[in-house]
Design a protein around this ligand. Structure first.
Ligand code: GLA
Length: 513
């Protein structure tokens, strides 16, 4: 017997007029009939990763992701000494001195019902035990980013509900410090103070206050610089000041550093492996000396097979060039980036992730402000599915002022995010790649498999995968993750009718697990 899921889909469409999320919608003109993610339950529901890495003695800050009507009351059992949970906003703070695993049970309750889940705090050397989730300023503000836009992005992350699904990093990209020789910051304007500390530009009058503001909301702050003399957009780089800059970033309270190669290469004489590794090794060592945890993102576009060694220095490494520059007349660029990134599945593991660049969904940036993406809705669901299957960092880089209902429907599906954040940390593998079909299969911690059936063609197409070839026997339970519905027992063949450039994302669980 086969199970063909095409017909089930019709029954699962969200009814027109259904309110999908409660936040402001700037794009309601597009009908609601293609929204896949159902609205979140009104009861308190806990989300986010089941594991969290922190170093001994480092400040821990974690806003427990939770959907449902407010007020929600939070509670935790077995919290290790040194940690405090604010019962009203669900923000966990403190520090743990002793290395080890600390299993905690989290509880959340509102007027309609409650939820609980296990959460293991692992105090040791490893950070980012699941891929980082958040927002980055680059593709929307480019080098015109300001402190006000960062604060505003943090507010939007909370007001939109993104933070309730686990988005937590609010990351400044290029453009926050002084640009030598720029007309707004003339060449005689120093890039550092007398002690060698990096100076923010006039758009960041109170960078430490901005970081405090983010932290006050339970969110984390990210910053950007290059190992060369200048950044990619020509702002001052760290070359020769790595120790001071790591101290400065930690002193301001940052939690994440993107280190972007760019002008470093101008100073190259020889191109040995050591030459490629050196700037990252230096900054990594400086970050490790700091009294707080900074997730280190290596951005050098995949040179010298960074996936083979990036995990020794940081927690994630860009595997390709800029996704925003990836254009194609047929398949959208994110597919081509995914094809390259997916080949590197063997290198991803907890605390060490392939990074195929940002989520460019919804309203994205351009030379004249933001505009709706040219991607179809099906393509946007595919994009998010690929990133979840590839255990990619989920960093949105679109317009936080225009988080319309559809964009949030793609970004905020708890079951899709659970695939990305799965504790086993195994990246999905390529099961099939033809001109018309692409199938990724990801093994998950509970023994189930996430399976993405992608249709690369321009026509609706039936994509089928024999269960036996996935290593799954018996009569597994198959769940449609976008629609959050079980599809009934399946014998022999997983098959779905998939829209052009679209996806059917399934979780397949054999019943003896
Ligand atoms: C490079 C990076 C981008 C962005 C820009 C900033 O192109 O790959 O992600 O950081 O630099 O200038």
């Amino acid at each position: 017997m086969k199970c063909n899921y095409a017909h089930v889909l019709l029954a699962l469409l969200v009814l027109p007029g259904t309110v999908v999320f409660s936040h402001a919608d700037t794009n309601l003109s597009a009908g609601l009939d293609q929204f896949l993610t159902p609205p979140p339950a009104r009861e308190a529901r806990l989300h986010g990763p089941l594991v969290y890495g922190v170093r001994p003695g480092s400040p821990l800050l974690y806003r427990i992701p939770c959907t449902g009507e407010r007020p929600v009351e939070f509670r935790a059992e077995h919290l290790p000494p040194g940690l405090t949970l604010n019962p009203t906003n669900g923000i966990l703070t403190g520090e743990i001195q002793q290395p080890g695993d600390y299993p905690v049970t989290l509880f959340a309750r509102n007027a309609r019902g409650g939820d609980q889940r296990n959460f293991c705090i692992k105090v040791g050397d490893q950070l980012a035990l699941t891929p980082p989730m958040g927002w980055n300023s680059w593709y929307i503000h480019f080098s015109h980013v300001t402190e006000a836009t960062m604060r505003h992005a943090a507010d939007a992350m909370i007001a939109s509900g993104m933070a309730d699904f686990g988005y937590q990093y609010v990351n400044i990209d290029d453009g926050w410090n002084i640009k030598p020789g720029n007309k707004n910051s003339p060449a005689d304007l120093p890039t550092r103070d007398a002690e060698g500390h990096l100076l923010p530009n006039k758009n960041f009058p109170d960078i430490q206050g901005m970081v405090d503001y983010l932290h006050g909301r339970g969110l984390k702050a990210g910053i950007y610089i290059s190992p060369g003399p200048t950044t990619c957009a020509g702002f001052a780089g760290s070359r020769g000041h790595e120790a001071a800059d790591a101290r400065t970033f930690a002193g301001w309270g940052f939690d994440f550093l993107k280190y972007d190669w760019c002008s470093y290469g101008d100073h190259a004489s020889t191109k040995t492996l050591d030459y490629f590794q050196q700037p990252y090794r230096v900054m990594s060592a400086e970050l490790k000396k700091q009294p707080r945890d900074l997730v280190f993102n290596l951005c050098q576009y995949g040179m010298a097979d960074v996936w083979q060694w990036g995990g020794e220095m940081g927690q994630c490494w860009r595997t390709t060039g800029d996704l925003g520059n990836e254009h194609d007349t047929d398949l959208p660029g994110f597919y081509h980036i995914a094809f390259r990134n997916a080949k590197l599945s063997a290198y991803a593991r907890p605390g060490a992730w392939n990074d195929p660049d940002y989520l460019l969904l919804g309203w994205v940036g351009g030379s004249h402000g933001s505009h709706p993406t040219t991607l179809t809705r099906n393509e946007q669901y595919s994009y998010m599915s690929l990133w979840a299957l590839m255990a990619a960092p989920l960093i949105f880089s679109g317009d936080m002022d225009r988080l319309d209902a559809f964009t949030l429907n793609v970004l905020c599906n708890a079951e899709v995010i659970d695939v990305d954040q799965d504790t086993l940390g195994r990246q999905g593998r390529i099961f099939r790649q033809t001109a018309d079909e692409y199938v990724l299969v990801r093994q998950l911690a509970d023994g189930s498999r996430a399976v993405g059936l992608f249709n690369l063609s321009g026509q609706t197409r039936t994509v089928a995968v024999p269960l036996g070839e996935l290593g799954l026997a018996g009569h597994p339970i198959v769940r449609d993750l976008w629609r959050q519905q079980n599809l009934g027992p399946c014998n022999g063949l997983l098959t779905a009718e998939v829209t052009p450039h679209g996806v059917q994302l399934l979780r397949v669980q054999t019943q003896n697990h």
